[in-house]
Design a protein around this ligand. Sequence first.
Ligand SMILES: [Zn+2]
Length: 176
Amino acid sequence: MAIEDLLARYEAGGGRLAASNAEGLPVPPALHTALLTCMDSRIDVFALFGMKLGEVHVLRNAGGVVTDDVIRSLTISQRKLHTRDVLLVQHAGCGLTTFTEDDFTEELAEETGMRPPWRTHAFRDPVVSVRRDMALLRRDPFLLPGTKIRGFVLDLEDFHLLEVHEDGGSRDDAVA
Ligand SMILES: [Zn+2]
């Protein structure tokens, strides 16, 4: 079973390595930044942005979408651990583009007899989803005024980052 395998890897040195990697790091992220992205197991956020441990709060969920719980984490991140900027990265070909809110809810209701109290945040176009989530963050009353938010769509074929702008544009040259 996979969990036993993972625990064996922990025993074989994972635990010691993690402890030594975290040694001496302060709790507040050094770059004062939080990154929200998808749980997709192919996205190595540390490699992608050349990040080191201790630099950024990494929040991940299905889609990398802004939910109540993401707001909860970002608010704590900002107000208790001094982050200011939010980097949002969703991706093309995301699992959340493979079904609709209604179909998924319907499937669950058929199987369990209940509708979930949460939304899936399914989307068709990640650019639209990133733009919507940037606007949600912008309007959130609990995030600090002046929070800098930048949103991107990552292509998992070539790992190209496309910047999305709240005003409706998206352009290719904004990464630099
Ligand atoms: Zn995804």
